[in-house]
Design a protein around this ligand. Sequence first.
Ligand code: FES
Length: 101
Amino acid sequence: MARIELCKTADVDEGTAIRVESGDLVLAVFNLNGAFYVTDDTCTHGPGSLSEGPIMGDNVECDFHNGVFNIKTGEVVEPPCMIPIKTYQTFVDGDAVFIEI
Ligand code: FES
């Protein structure tokens, strides 16, 4: 298991997301009511970047074809995407956001 620091908590405003690249990973870091969640950034349906999509509750809409994913579970909420988005075990330590992979 490796622990990777992605960003500072202050980098992601509540109700928003940022795109973070770490090694081969391209990730979206979400702040939902002060809790942090990380998914792959690239939509499973195409080139959409989930960190740029509108966030509605626990869901994010891909701004490419309007597919919707649950940020916490990665499940598809609305097509056209069919494949869940990968989620990462995420935690905060001090002022930084980490994933464990
Ligand atoms: Fe995301 Fe098509 S690229 S819904």
